[in-house]
Design a protein around this ligand. Sequence first.
Ligand code: URA
Length: 225
Amino acid sequence: MGRREVFLEEMGLGPVWRRRGEPAEAAPQEQVPELDWTGLKDAVAACTACDLHKTRTRTVFGVGDENADWLFVGEAPGADEDAVGEPFVGQAGKLLDNMLKSIGLKRGENVYIANVVKSRPPGNRNPLPGEIAACFPYLKRQIELIRPRLIVTLGKVASETLLGREATIAGLRGKVHAYQGIPLIVTYHPAYLLRTLNDKAKAWEDLCLARETMQNLQSGAPVAI
Ligand code: URA
């Protein structure tokens, strides 16, 4: 819930109606760590913390089971996602859905999908460091609320952002890392795999590692991080 809604509710003036499509008031960034799902969604929808708000059609918050064991994190919305408001709905999204299927998963069923950056960088360029920094509190809060058992990062931007260091996917994949104590596995971004068919076999290995790690986590077997 945004500040205005909280205030009006406390004054006994709720419920608060908004015109369809009208964004809620943005919560100040320092309040993000305390927001619930509704407040966080409102804050993202109204965010003007970086210049991407000037060119986006809509924000892309994330989608799926808010209590999921699995969290997949991509980079930023593309044109299709900017139009629809959901992550990974274009060609890369079709491949991601197939990647999920290959290890027995389905979008929305014990799976949550989010991006590091919630607004589309124009021309599909990579998000700038300042845009990532401005948006990261939202992903951080999403992870705190979901409390996934396992995070799978898709590509360099998501991997570097959650691991807090620069690296290549080739250097990071094949082992279990951690974000705030949550096991994290790195794999290639589906858009990259669409262009680089030779690395699909490596992505399959990463997915198998992720599936095995989840099985261990669910059965209480030790997971070496
Ligand atoms: N690429 C991403 O990283 N995220 C999306 O939502 C779509 C494409």
